[in-house]
Design a protein around this ligand. Structure first.
Ligand SMILES: Nc1ncnc2c1ncn2[C@@H]1O[C@H](COP(=O)(O)OP(=O)(O)OP(=O)(O)O)[C@@H](O)[C@H]1O
Ligand SMILES: [Mg+2]
Length: 432
């Protein structure tokens, strides 16, 4: 089912107008009701007063009642005297022929006449009659005025409602227009105007701005990452191209080519490590998909893979592993362990210990560790410590570990002991 599309302005206007129309109609009906009751009551009171005066001006002759000769009757009134059987015995003023039935005390309305009947002390009845056309004429005029006023109110309420809705929605329009213009031009550094007043509109504009701010952060981050990656890859690629050119600039013998190719192979290996590191960092931006990871099992597998490298370097890898399950990503845990073990292998002494405790993974070596004050910097991509010339690496290992730790809400802590350096990953408590 398809609903007709109304603008919010129109909906609000109709809403305001509807409330106003109902209120005016109700008000008009109430005024009409009160006016008609009050007018009838006051006319009845006049008739009662008239009746009281007339009763004082009734004379009796042989038991028959008649009006005193000097009784003045107001032009719009008519009077009748009736005997006990209800037969009219005297009358004053003009009136139509009415079928009033047998007399009974009080008020009644018959055709267009209001009739007031009072029993007389000496027997018989007095009737005061008054045409109702005066009252109905008044009420008709009142109704006409009320309907006119209500119509005017309705027109005014529609107009006022539209103006109010327009005023209320203008700031939203401004935010929407600014947001649309930002989206069209991709100007994510710009902001929408903040509506003053601290109300819902202020909240809307500040929320939109906060969203733009966070988008700007993400976009800037992506841009700087792409710039950094391009820059880092350009240098080794230029070196590589230079070496190939050198190798080809004149004919050489097989041994020289072989030596050159071996050098190239080494460079390509470093380049691959760099691109893999960059890829790991880029992946660390994706939303994490956490699952229970067997910390002990994962790190033992990594230790087995790296054992030949330790053996080749003449270093010993000790394992001190307890059962531990954490909320993380298996591939990430593997990668973090590799990075930390390789650092210990490259920069540590001869003994390296890989330790697993409940919700804790640590790699300790017996080297001096990096200078304490350098630690925060070394967690950033492409940063390397002093005195690493001649040691292969691109400064991405710790940055990847730090990014992974953030994904798992784990804590990455360095620890210096004399002598020895330990890096520990503390995992958060697993919610059952
Ligand atoms: N166990 C350690 N002992 C002493 N210094 C360390 C240790 N681990 C890291 N460092 C210092 O921190 C720097 C950054 O380490 P990171 O792992 O990020 O990069 P890298 O090892 O130089 O290169 P990559 O890991 O990308 O091959 C290293 O260059 C080194 O100076
Ligand atoms: Mg490293």
């Amino acid at each position: 089912m398809k609903f007709p599309v109304f603008s919010l302005r129109l909906k609000l206007t109709l809403g305001y107008a509807l409330v106003f129309i109902l209120a005016s109609l109700l008000g008009a009906a109430l005024i009409y009701l009160v006016a008609s009751t009050e007018l009838t009551r006051s006319l009845d009171a006049t008739m009662e007063e008239t009746a009281a005066i007339v009763v004082g001006n009734i004379e009796r002759e042989d038991g028959a009642a008649r009006f005193a000769a000097d009784l003045q009757v107001r032009s719009e009134l008519a009077l009748e005297l009736l005997d006990a059987r209800g037969q009219v015995t005297a009358q004053a003023g003009d009136k139509e022929k009415l079928n009033l039935g047998s007399p009974r005390p009080g008020f009644q309305t018959v055709q267009d006449w209001r009739v007031y009947t009072v029993p007389l002390a000496g027997g018989g009845w007095l009737r005061v009659l008054r045409p109702t056309d005066l009252l109905s004429g008044l009420l008709e005029t009142l109704a006409r005025v009320l309907v006119g006023a209500a119509l005017l109110m309705i027109v005014l309420s529609c107009l006022g409602g539209y103006l109010l809705a327009d005023r209320a929605l203008k700031p939203i329009d401004r935010v929407a227009l600014a947001a649309a213009s930002i989206a069209r031009r991709g100007a994510y550094r710009e902001r929408v105007p903040v509506a003053p007043g601290g109300d819902e509109l202020t909240r809307l504009s500040t929320t939109v701005n906060a969203m733009l701010g966070s988008l700007e952060g993400t976009i800037e981050h992506e841009k700087s990452f792409a710039r950094m990656a391009a820059h880092e890859l350009r240098t080794p690629l230029t070196t590589l191209a230079g070496r190939v050119e050198l190798l080809l600039d004149r004919p050489r013998d097989a041994a020289a080519y072989r030596a050159g190719l071996l050098q190239l192979q080494e460079r390509i290996g470093a380049l691959r490590a760099l691109s893999e590191g960059l890829l790991s960092l880029a992946r660390a931006d994706a939303p994490p998909l956490l699952e229970p990871v067997d910390l002990a099992g994962t790190v033992l597998a990594v230790a087995e893979d790296l054992r030949p490298e330790f053996r080749a370097a003449g270093k010993t890898l000790h394992l001190d592993v307890e059962e531990s399950w954490v909320q993380a990503e298996p591939e990430g845990v593997r990668q973090a362990t590799v990075n930390l073990l390789q650092n210990a292998l490259k920069y540590g002494g001869s003994q390296v210990t890989l330790r697993v405790r409940p919700r804790e993974l640590s790699v300790a070596d017996d080297g001096p560790g990096p200078p304490r004050e350098n630690w925060p910097r070394l967690l950033r991509p492409l940063e390397r410590g002093p005195g690493v010339q001649g040691i292969s690496g691109s400064g991405l290992g710790l940055a990847v570990v730090a990014a992974l730790a953030r994904r798992w809400q784990a804590d990455l802590r360095p620890g210096w002991a004399a002598p020895g350096f330990t890096v520990t990953l503390h995992f958060p408590e697993v919610n059952p």
